[in-house]
Write a protein that binds this ligand. Structure first.
Ligand code: PMP
Length: 332
């Protein structure tokens, strides 16, 4: 089953619990909504992003504004970077975020896989340009610092998808801390619960950032300017927001560990768990019959698992977990 047919099955079935796509349920920060409400300027802006947005993001990352480009969602940043490195050997650990495959397919470029081992930790030995994502979708794991070192030592460049870097409950090391041959793809979709507003950033070496701006110019041209202004205005709330969302999702992961009778690696961040269920397609179907939608692991390159997005409040999640125990663990 491909993504489109899985989503079609879910829509047709109308489940009570939607734990499939990674659409955050926590309300966006009121400060951001107020700033957006005040937005009155809807003109074009520069393809690399508005100066105030680049400055705001640069301060968060401790870099110069020239090392930041605005993008219309992390996905655009990933596309721009995979396009830039299309002639290199592109590699990503499996299980993987399906977006990488979708981008590679549209661009007609190859993507090699590195298998993950115990605790979903890959061994990095092949030279190439790596696309990595930690905290990880679908497993929730983060790499220990020694693994990040192993990665930057073999990689000619790292595209580090850090869309979930603000949702962490374990120590997180960005490859950018250990090497300068790294571009970080960042997004406000998850931390601010605003995936529909399409705003993110690429943070990396100036010459790479220039290529991202070129890609913007050729495609979206200008990432949404009112959203850039609003985000720049409220960026100071990021540390508090980061703590709040991390606490909320960590509690849900704990509830899953206590309630679900399925085996999974404890997540260190993001808001997913990726339990082993024997047959992921079967678990998906059985769960759907009981009013819960999850995603079959095959979409992520691992057929014996399912991905559960922890995007409901605890009481509803507890109800969904009970149904999942019946559907996929053979008992209530
Ligand atoms: N990377 C990963 C790993 C994701 O899970 C997502 C969203 N589900 C994205 C990138 C893209 O996010 P956005 O384009 O909304 O910033």
């Amino acid at each position: 089953m491909d993504f489109a047919s899985v989503l079609e099955r879910i829509r047709a079935s109308g489940p009570r619990h939607r734990l499939d796509i990674g659409d955050p349920d926590l309300p966006p920060p009121p400060e951001l909504l107020e700033a957006l409400g005040r937005a009155r300027d809807f003109r074009y802006g520069p393809p690399e992003g508005l100066p105030e947005f680049r400055e705001a993001v640069a301060e968060v990352f401790g870099v110069e504004p020239g090392e930041v480009a605005a993008v219309a969602g992390g996905r655009l940043g990933l596309a721009a970077l995979m396009w830039k490195f299309r002639r290199e050997r592109l590699l990503t650990p499996r299980p993987f975020y399906p977006g990488y495959l979708e981008i590679a397919e549209v661009f007609g470029i190859g993507l090699g896989f590195v298998e993950a081992g115990v605790g979903w930790l890959p061994s990095f030995s092949e030279r190439g340009v790596y696309v990595v994502n930690y905290p990880n979708n679908p497993t929730g794991v983060v790499l220990p610092r020694a693994k990040v070192r192993e990665l930057v030592d073999v990689a000619s460049f790292v595209i580090s998808d850090e869309i979930y870097r603000d949702i962490v409950f374990a120590e997180f090391t960005s490859p950018a801390e250990l090497s300068s041959s790294v571009a970080v793809v960042y997004s406000f979709s998850k931390v601010f619960s605003i995936p529909g507003l399409r705003i993110g950033a690429v943070v990396g070496p100036r010459e790479v950032v220039k290529e991202v701006a070129k890609f913007n110019k050729a495609t979206v041209n200008v990432p949404p300017t009112p959203v850039q202004r609003a985000v720049a205005e409220v960026i100071h709330i990021l540390p508090r927001r980061r703590a709040e969302v991390s606490r909320a999702y960590a509690e849900r992961a704990r509830l899953a560990a206590e309630t679900l009778k399925l085996k999974f690696v404890e997540p260190g961040g993001a808001f997913y768990i990726f339990p082993e269920v024997g047959d992921g397609d079967r678990c998906f179907e059985e769960a759907l019959k009981r009013g819960v939608s999850v995603l079959p692991g095959g979409l992520y390159g691992s057929k014996s698992h399912v991905r559960i997005a922890l995007v409901e409040e605890a009481p509803r999640l507890a109800e969904a977990f009970k149904a999942l125990n019946e559907a996929c663990a053979g008992g209530p």
